[in-house]
Design a protein around this ligand. Structure first.
Ligand code: PBG
Length: 325
């Protein structure tokens, strides 16, 4: 009888006790890996609950310092900042205004929690009156005009103290344009985390409410078609060649295959974004009594790690910091 199969081999031996299972577990998720996205709104007095994302509020700019302290006290070590602008215009110019919301919120966060990694989502959809991620010319988002603005926004965010610039506009050439802009302004050491494989996803639905995005129409001319995997590899490889320091796949759960394929094709750190719709599905199913929230969160984040993610952006980060899994 061969001894390379049952009954010599019994995989259940290593599952016998909790301590044994802990010893042979292949992946772990700690607070070191997690990035908590936050929404900061100007000119409001009180926190505004986002009804499609239970547990998530728009934070009033005036109360940002106190909120950052509370987030840090919960164990969060990195945040991704989104501004909810009241000064929207055709180009999203408030995003590169040194006195604008982007610059103010980044500076306030860094002043309040100098050790926190502050990441600047770098895009215009929260700052344009049409809700698109760039400049519109003849009814189309103009790639190359938007590039200049992304570089301006990046330099503005770096000046305000951002630790990481995270461009999510999905314009061609955006990483190279931002790298050049940062380097010219002296920010040679500011890393870029590229939202490199970003799909045109219905899973962003709740985010649009959270971020006060005015979009009519869709982003299919710049974000990727959800059916495409090879194209995601091309996007990732191009962003790496243009100088990205970290790559990202977004959304997470429906794109685990993309995550695994990008992992096999790069040596860069790799992030995954568990987006607003993924968060909402879990929250609402748990509220209905259909799922055990903590176990589901643990399992989804474990899946990201297994597929190859190093960093995970998740709206659950604060809960995990406070309560563990
Ligand atoms: C901005 C941006 C979006 C998200 C992150 N950055 C929305 C979009 O592209 O429409 C989505 C995040 C989420 O759904 O949690 N471009």
């Amino acid at each position: 009888m061969s001894n390379d199969t049952f009954p010599s081999i019994r995989l259940r031996r290593l599952r016998k006790t909790p301590a044994l299972r802990d010893l042979v577990r292949e992946n772990a998720v700690t607070m070191n890996d997690l990035i908590y996205p936050i929404f900061v709104e100007e000119d409001i007095e009180d926190a505004l609950p986002v009804s499609s994302m239970p547990g998530i509020n728009r934070i009033p700019e005036k109360k940002l310092a106190a909120e950052i302290k509370a987030i840090a006290a919960d164990g969060v070590k990195a945040i991704m900042m989104f501004g909810v602008s009241h000064k929207k215009d055709a180009t999203g110019s408030d995003a590169w205004n040194p006195d604008g919301l982007t610059a103010r919120m980044i500076k306030r966060a860094k002043d309040t929690a100098p050790d926190m990694v502050v990441m600047a989502d770098t895009c215009f959809c929260e700052y344009t009156d049409h809700g698109h991620c760039g400049v519109i010319e003849h009814g189309h988002v103009h790639n190359d005009m938007t590039l200049q603005n992304l570089a301006r926004q990046s330099v503005n965010s770096a000046r305000a103290g951002a630790d990481v610039i995270a461009p999510s506009a999905m314009m061609d050439g955006q990483i190279a344009a931002i790298r050049e802009g940062l380097d010219e302004a002296g920010f040679t050491d500011t890393p870029i985390m590229a939202y490199s494989s970003k799909f045109a996803s219905a899973f962003y639905g709740p985010f649009r409410a959270a971020a006060g995005c005015e979009l009519k129409g869709d982003r299919k001319t710049y974000q990727m078609d959800p059916f495409n995997g090879r194209e995601a590899l091309r996007e990732s490889m191009l962003d790496e060649a243009e100088g990205a320091d970290i790559l990202m796949v977004k959304p997470g759960l429906p794109y685990l295959d993309v995550l695994a394929r990008v992992r096999e094709n790069t040596l860069l750190p790799l992030a995954v974004y568990q987006v607003s719709g993924e968060y909402a599905m879990i929250k609402f199913a748990a509220a209905a009594g259909a799922l055990d929230e903590k176990r589901i969160v643990r399992e989804t984040l474990g899946g990201f790690k297994r597929a190859g993610a190093d960093l995970i952006l998740t709206y659950f980060a604060r809960d995990i910091g406070r309560e563990g899994f």
